[in-house]
Design a protein around this ligand. Structure first.
Ligand code: HEM
Length: 509
């Protein structure tokens, strides 16, 4: 029997030490089964966006010049010819208008940079609202959260690199915030900018953007993958449906690679068809200019919004220094907000005393306080984010800018409290409804008249595997699981009986 050359190479490789390890690893992946769920799309989108960013970023490096030195623009964009621009701006213009496929690369890079924070935030929200951050997966939460912060750093530093007018406006704000930090502000700003504005900021941000942030991203993704291999993600409570589980290799891997390709295709199509960051329209960065309606990329909008909400005149002299709460308060508020997210699993554990390991995800409604906290955090973030566009809203809807700012000031202070209480009450209501369904079964809408003349509504028993869903994952983990697999208990026998009309006034028709 003749063996092809690839058969012989793989047979040889399988005999080596690395080959034996690879075979054992792939056998392990075949044995390991995972629960497919639609939320997997977020993790896959994260990996696909990162792949696009790395690939396009490395290609952009061949043409991009990370230098603030000034040159006279002599490219094909006539309105700029003869003007002084930085080498960074000139090279980004060259990428956009002269290098074949350059604009596609830039735009794909930028679109991926916009998609990445969204997918990481969705991963965080899924983990938060289903309690997937609890023991024994607190480390995965911290890693994912650090990934989110690294993505913010990547996006912010990349946004500055083209050195266009928008980038310059963002950097001017960053310099002001750095300068406002008591005692170390001046040194910090000097370190970052290498002197006055704009100084050497492009030269300083470039290594952060193309080396430090990518390194952090690679390390964090590798650690997350390792944590996921050691301890699979917690399951969504679907007892009796474990037949839906698929092996990691090849089924889950092939499904994931299909979705991965779709995401890459969508980003490439966006890069080819939808304009983003047209720096030839914005013009080069200029310290004295800031155009009206300047907007940062969406994921840093909440930081911008926090700055816009501070009432005017918040500044005073003390100890021979100028103190600027106008900048310090937003800096502290957003800093505390981000830090609270990072350490939430530890705070929640301390407050609830729940140190038990959890391997099932909870339905958000079954933990009313946590879901309320999540809704409050989203409201806080959304209010800051909306405030970042206060000027655009005012001009578009012909409102007074003061009115819009006052609205967001109120929303940022009261909104989270209202969102918490409203969400908590809705969750408690839903819990009560679930308990009702669990005990009495589903309403069928069928009214029957009993021999004694009474009217009752026939209720349908909750299928045995659905009961887990209504009882809540924690109770499922602790107590319902045995009941689900055994004969129907006292509560379920209730469900088989018609509920009386006196108990359910809705059914009296
Ligand atoms: C290996 C990783 C990466 C490399 C080598 C890289 C490289 C570059 C280079 C050379 C530029 C300047 C060229 C230009 O502006 O067109 C740039 C811009 C940019 N980068 Fe990256 N980058 C990487 C990762 C990232 C990540 C992870 C993000 C976001 C999370 C990101 C976001 C951006 C943004 C928003 C721009 C501005 C794009 C524009 O011109 O409109 N990059 N990057």
């Amino acid at each position: 029997m003749s063996h092809s050359i690839t058969d012989r190479i793989s047979a040889r490789f399988a005999e080596t030490r690395a080959g034996r390890r690879a075979t054992a690893f792939s056998a392990g992946l075949r044995r390991r089964r995972v629960q497919p769920h639609w939320t997997d799309i977020f993790g896959i989108t994260t990996v696909a966006s990162l792949a696009v960013l790395f690939l396009t970023g490395i290609l952009l490096m061949f043409v991009y010049v990370p230098s603030s030195d000034q040159v006279v623009y002599d490219g094909p964009w006539l309105p700029l010819v003869g003007q002084h621009v930085s080498k960074a701006y000139a090279s980004t213009m060259r990428i956009s208008l002269e290098v074949r496929g350059g604009l596609l690369l830039r735009q794909a890079h930028h679109w991926a940079a916009l998609l990445l924070p969204a997918s990481v935030i969705m991963q965080l929200l899924t983990a938060f609202f289903t309690g997937a951050f609890r023991r024994p997966r607190r480390a995965s939460w911290v890693l994912l959260y650090l990934l989110f912060l690294a993505v913010l750093a990547g996006g912010w530093s990349g946004y500055a690199l083209p050195d266009d007018l928008l980038a310059g406006t963002g950097l001017r704000i960053a310099q002001g915030v750095a300068l406002s930090i008591p005692f170390v502000g001046t040194q910090l700003a000097n370190l970052l900018f290498g002197g006055g504005f704009p100084g050497q900021i492009i030269e300083h941000l470039y290594p952060l953007h193309v080396a430090l942030v990518p390194l952090a991203l690679v390390v964090l993704v590798a650690l997350l993958a390792r944590a996921g291999l050691r301890r699979p993600a917690p399951r969504f409570a679907r007892p009796g449906r474990s037949n839906d589980d698929v092996p990691v290799w090849p089924t889950a891997a092939v499904r994931a690679s299909g979705l991965f390709s779709v995401v890459i295709g969508v980003i490439a199509a966006m890069g080819a068809l939808v304009t983003i960051a047209p720096i030839w329209v914005f013009g080069p960065s200029s310290p004295g200019d800031a155009s009206a309606g300047s907007q940062p990329d969406w994921y840093t909008g909440f930081l911008d919004g926090a700055l816009r909400l501070i009432p005017p005149g918040w500044e005073f002299e003390w100890l021979g220094r100028t103190w600027s709460p106008a900048l310090l308060v937003p800096l502290a508020a957003t800093g505390v907000f981000l830090l609270a997210g990072l350490v939430y699993p530890f705070i929640a554990e301390r407050l609830t005393g729940d140190r038990a390991p959890h391997h099932l995800r909870e339905r958000p409604r079954n933990n009313a306080v946590r879901t309320g906290v999540g809704a409050a955090a989203i409201t806080f973030y959304a209010a800051l984010w909306g405030a970042g566009s206060a000027d655009i809203m005012a001009t578009h809807f012909m409102l007074s800018i003061e009115g819009v700012v006052h609205f967001f000031q109120t929303l940022v202070l009261l909104g989270p409290v209202a969102a918490f209480e409203l969400t908590r009450r809705v969750c408690l209501g839903l819990q009560r409804k679930d308990r009702e369904i669990l005990v009495h079964g589903f309403e069928t809408g069928r009214i029957v008249r009993m021999p004694g003349g009474r009217f009752v509504e026939v209720h349908q028993e909750v299928p045995v595997y659905e009961r887990w869903r209504y009882a809540g994952a924690d109770s499922a983990e602790a107590s319902v699981a045995p009941a689900v697999t055994s004969a129907p208990d006292a509560r379920s026998s209730l469900a088989q009986r018609p509920a009386t009309a006196d108990r359910d006034p809705q059914s009296q028709k």
